[in-house]
Design a protein around this ligand. Sequence first.
Ligand code: DPM
Length: 357
Amino acid sequence: MSGEVLNAQDGNGTVNRVIRMGTRKSQLARIQTDYVAEKLKTLYPDVHLEIVAMSTIGDKILDTALSKIGEKSLFTKELENALERNEVDLVVHSLKDLPTTLPNGFTIGAVLQRESPHDAVVLHPKNSGLTLDTLPDGSVIGTSSLRRAAQLKKRFPHLEFKDIRGNLNTRLKKLDEKEDYAAIILAAAGLKRMGWEARVSQVLGPEDCMYAVGQGALAVEVRARDCDILEMVSTLHHSETVLRCIAERAFLRRLEGGCSVPVAVNTEVKDSVLSLTGAVYSLDGADSLKEAMETSVDPGNKLESAADIQHVGVTAHNVPQCAQVAAEKLGVDLANLLLSKGAMEILTTARKLNDAR
Ligand code: DPM
């Protein structure tokens, strides 16, 4: 055991551990944290879990587009501060909100099995039965994601796109109670976790809209030095999700992308082959570059030491290192291919135009 707080011996000589889980206060964040808490309770019935809810700057600034108020750390920084100060022992995040380079001293100790990574259409009730294709000309679609807007503008030129902010509850309210939006686009995973699957009218496949790096996967962030907690949460890792997300995050990191650039991916593991499709877009989607590559992630029979290595912020002792190395290399190689074709120019222009909006 590392921290004293975790090592309180009770009168019977059994170790009585208290693990404090930090979470944002939004309903989705609470649901995601409770989900991980349930998993940990099943695996470690003797552990006492405490949930500590905090609001972050990202939750407080609701009137500015996400892509304009900076990078992903907006939602994660205060939770990391609480981790650093030993006020909490782990934090559950949506992996897609975690930067590809974590601040020193932190690591992602678990990446759980991915939900659907795809985006979904939620219609204003008056448009029930319609699709992005059949919505009338000039219909306004709400999304603050440059990635979604870029892809969908190109594919559905008859639609218009407008920012929408706030947590999922706020967005659904803005959609239903006003006439400002004909539909909004949200991640299918978040909708499912909220129990709102019935509102999904259309799930967007890769031909319509490729997803964000890490979308649909939950991540558990811990102090990198906290070996006990790290070991405990590592049992939550889902190998296939880990490998897909390492490739996706390596791709994004090499492109120097954050949450404010139009970058999208699609990954798959089949017969020990990991394939990655990655793309970058101009803001209107008119310019784009898209390529695909694959690699073997067969663990083989190589004996490996449980090296204390992070791959794009993820520590996974229990997933074959050679497969993690291959996944990371795949992401970097694909990014290099796109960079050789001019990806940086597209992204730099997109960033400049977005900042000037
Ligand atoms: C990031 C983006 C969005 C979130 C950008 C993107 C969507 C912003 C918006 C990086 N984080 O996807 O291109 O729509 O204005 C977020 C959601 C979830 C995690 C909500 C959503 C839930 C799904 C998951 C916000 N972060 O995307 O609908 O766990 O992956």
